[in-house]
Write a protein that binds this ligand. Structure first.
Ligand SMILES: C[S@@+](CC[C@H](N)C(=O)[O-])C[C@H]1O[C@@H](n2cnc3c(N)ncnc32)[C@H](O)[C@@H]1O
Length: 228
């Protein structure tokens, strides 16, 4: 995949940082009405419960933490969290929101990143869908390298559900990129891959992790397991 789109993807999230949470909390262009918003919240709660079902962790590595929606969960179940994201705007919002001295923030491009140490758990939310197919195995190999023996991995991401995204976004039938808009109408191209459970499990297995993937009713796919 052309490197330009990966740079455009970083630019998109940097510019979107201040309005990012509108998506997860279903405000503005992401508001789909009370019933669908409630369904989204219920399915998110299902994933949150699966995460909190894991044992307490020592040191967790969170990749692409964004504004801290999941960092806030991780600090309640771990001794320490290292959070790596390419956007300083995202990291600043995350730090202001989570306000925990358990979290170390690192600004880095995950496509030029190799772990320098091993962690008890690696977590990434809504990140794998932005990894181009030709970089997927190298990324997952880096995750495996970042895990201690038997270390835990947990990820979640979006299903191909049109109402998951903003009302003014078009979900193409196929392809690995799509166009995203900000509230000011500016547009960006980003990578977006929607996984089915079997393909996700196979990709993790190839990289040395055994995970089980699950779908919620409409919106989310999540997977958890261990390094083998
Ligand atoms: C969809 S958001 C996910 C944020 C958060 N994990 C969540 O669940 O809300 C994607 C995140 O990836 C970050 N990102 C995009 N490209 C990146 C890159 N090349 N390296 C590191 N982070 C990147 C963005 O800044 C953004 O915070």
């Amino acid at each position: 995949m052309n490197n330009d789109i990966l740079q455009e993807q970083i630019a998109y999230y940097r510019a979107r940082a201040a309005e990012y949470d509108e998506w997860f909390y279903r405000h503005g262009r992401y508001d789909r009405g009370a019933a669908e918003n409630q369904q989204w919240a219920d399915e998110a709660a299902q994933v949150r419960a699966a995460l909190h079902n894991l044992p307490h962790q020592g040191h967790v590595l969170e990749l692409a933490p964004g504004t801290g929606i999941w960092t806030a969960e991780l600090v309640t179940m771990a001794d320490n969290v290292t959070a790596i994201d390419a956007s300083p705007e995202m990291l600043a919002i995350n730090q202001a929101k989570v306000q925990s001295d358990k979290v170390e923030y690192i600004e880095a491009d995950l496509f030029n990143w190799q772990p320098q140490q091993q962690y008890d758990m690696v977590f990434f939310g809504f990140w794998l869908s932005h990894v181009p197919p030709d970089k997927l195995d190298a990324f997952l190999q880096a995750v495996t390298a970042a895990l201690k023996p038997d270390g835990y991995v947990f990820m979640l991401d979006s299903c191909r559900t049109p109402s998951s995204t903003a009302t003014d976004h078009v979900l193409p039938d196929e392809g690995t990129t799509l166009e995203r808009k900000l509230n000011d109408g500016s547009t960006y191209r980003i990578v977006k891959i929607f996984y089915e459970p079997e393909a996700l499990e196979a990709a993790f297995k190839q990289a040395g992790m055994a995970v089980q993937a699950h779908l919620t009713a409409n919106y989310f796919i999540y997977a958890n397991g261990r390094k083998v």
